[in-house]
Design a protein around this ligand. Sequence first.
Ligand code: SF4
Length: 343
Amino acid sequence: MDVKLAAKYPFLKGASAYLRETGVDLSKLTTSVAYERARFMGKERVMEALENGMIEDHPMASEVDANNELLSYPVARMIVSAVTDQMLVTRYAIAEAKKADKHLRGEEFTFIKSVAEELGLNVSVDEDTISVDFTDFLRFSAAMRSKDWKLINQRLQDGRVIVTKQRLVRLIQQMLTEKISSELPLAVNDDIMNAFSQDITVISKIMEEKRAEFKARSMGKVSIIRFPPCMKKLLTMIQSGENVPHTGRFALVSFLHTLGMNSDEVLETFSSAPDFDESKSRYQIQHITGEISGTEYTPPECSTMKSYGICFDPDSLCKKDWMAHPLTYYRSKGKRFKPPSRK
Ligand code: SF4
C-alpha cells in the first residue's frame, strides 16, 4: 500500500504494514521533534471530531504530508484513549468512519469490496449484482433509521440482501464505527499521559461542557423537573454507568418515548454513560420504541414498578390515592392537570 492510500485508510492492515515496513518508531511519536507536525494533526483530528463531528482532509501534495496525515491517526487514538471518556470514543469513531465513507465513495468497487471484507463483511458479486449476508445486513443496518433500510424493503436472493455500491459503503461506515469504538480506549502509559497532558485537560473540559449541553438539548422536549422519583433515579443510574436491570431500562426508555422523545434523542440522553455502547443501546431503544419490534411499548404502572423493585424513593405525590402511573406523576406536575376522581 502506498503512503497516500494508507493515509486515507489508516485503519486498514495495509496502513499498519506500511508503518512497519518504513520503520516508523511509534514509541517516539509522543516525544520526537520529527513528529511534531503529526502530533499537532492528531490533536486536530480529535478536536474536529469533537467539535464538528467530521474530520477534515489535508492536502497531501508530498510524501511528507501524507506521512503526517497517516501518523496523525495513531496520535489521535492515543489522545482519545488518554481522555478515557466513552462519549468521546463514540464521537471520534463516528467521525473517522464518516471520513472513510467520504473517501470510499470515490473508489473503484474492487477496492470497496476488499475494505468490506477486511472488516468482516462477506460480499458476493454475481454479474452486476452485489449482495451481503442478511444477518450482517440486519446487524449493521440497525443504526439506519429510514424505512428503506428495513429488511422488509430489501431485495433478497438465496438468503442474501442485494445492495448498491453506495449502500455497501454505508454499511462499511457503520462497521468501521463499531470497530473503532470497540478498539478504544487503548492502554496508555505515562509517556503518553505526559506528552498530551495539556490536551487531555482541554478536551476533558470540552467534554464536560458538551455533556451538559447534550443533556439540556436532548431533554429539551421533556421537563426533568416533572419526572417522578423512579425515573429520575433510573436516568441518573444509566447516565453514571451504574448497572440498571433490564426492567429499569425498559421503564425509562418507554417513559421518555411516550413523552415524545425519538430513539436518537433517548440515545443521546444515555450517551454520557461511561460504559456507553452505542450499537447495543440503539438496538435496545429501537426495540422498545417500536422501530425494530413494530410495537411501541408504554411504561409500566406503579404497581408493576414496585414488583420489579424499581419504584425508587416515592415522595408525597406518589402517595396520593390516585397515583397509579409514572406518566400520571409527570402530567400531574403540568399546569392544567386535574387529579382523577376515585370511585
Ligand atoms: S409511586 Fe409510581 S411514580 Fe412514584 S416512584 Fe413509585 S413507580 Fe414512580
